[in-house]
Design a protein around this ligand. Structure first.
Ligand SMILES: Cc1cc2nc3c(=O)[nH]c(=O)nc-3n(C[C@H](O)[C@H](O)[C@H](O)COP(=O)(O)O)c2cc1C
Length: 208
């Protein structure tokens, strides 16, 4: 598929089949996604790949609670995903990089509070999108989940250093074709209303 087809085809898959994926294939997709750009080439973004059933169980047990697992219509389909990838970023890598001589004048080297935009999360988003597209390119299903609760509990379990942040989680595997349709898809906001040209109030003409 070319890039345009990939971008059009990619959708969050919320129901996985138990079929496994060759670990080599999976690690290659994840590794390729780390080619994505990072501010100042800080490279403060990383992925933690979980595939052992005990690790995957531990992820779900720490990231969610029993009441949600018992009541969610999505949990079973999510939990069948054979790979769980934590998308991580390390703000300290960024402050350290921006205290180096070629970046020190930015004033971003002392503390994360000085950063008007926390680029570590943006960079994690870039790597995450690269991973979603890499999965689509291999005909795999993928879903990105936010971790609104229990971030530190998840990371502590997997011995992730204290300063590292969890941008979110990517589930990867084969779709079972029974994906739940997200209500979010009922929101209709045209792309042209978000494509400003010259001035914010100027819209682009329709593209094909
Ligand atoms: C930052 C971010 C957080 C998201 N969190 C969740 C989530 O926690 N659970 C979920 O089912 N989908 C989540 N999504 C998926 C969005 O709902 C989905 O991408 C959107 O509805 C558009 O659908 P599509 O990706 O299939 O085109 C998230 C997406 C993004 C970009």
């Amino acid at each position: 598929m070319d890039l345009r087809e990939l971008l059009n085809a990619r959708r969050m898959n919320r129901s996985f089949s138990p079929a496994t994926v060759n670990p080599k294939t999976m690690l290659r997709i994840v590794d390729d996604a780390l080619r994505s750009p990072t501010a100042g080439n800080s490279r403060g973004v990383s992925f933690l790949v979980l595939s052992d059933p005990s690790d995957r169980d531990a992820y779900w047990n720490h990231a969610t609670d029993e009441a949600w697992r018992a009541s969610s219509s999505r949990y079973v389909g999510f939990a069948r995903a054979p790979f769980i990838v934590l998308s991580l970023c390390d703000p300290e890598v960024y402050t350290n990089r921006y205290s180096e001589s070629d970046k020190a004048s930015s004033g971003l080297g002392q503390t994360t509070d000085a950063w008007p935009v926390p680029y570590w999360f943006g960079d994690a988003g870039m790597a995450t999108m690269a991973l979603l597209l890499g999965a689509e390119n291999q005909g795999l299903g993928a879903a990105f989940l936010g971790n609104f609760r229990n971030e530190r509990a998840v990371l502590d379990h997997f011995e992730v250093p204290a300063q590292v942040r969890l941008f979110g989680t990517i589930l990867l595997g084969h779709s079972d074709g029974k994906a739940h349709r997200s209500r979010s898809l009922d929101r209709r906001v045209s792309r042209t209303s978000r494509l400003h040209v010259g001035l914010f109030g100027h819209r682009a003409a329709e593209t094909d």
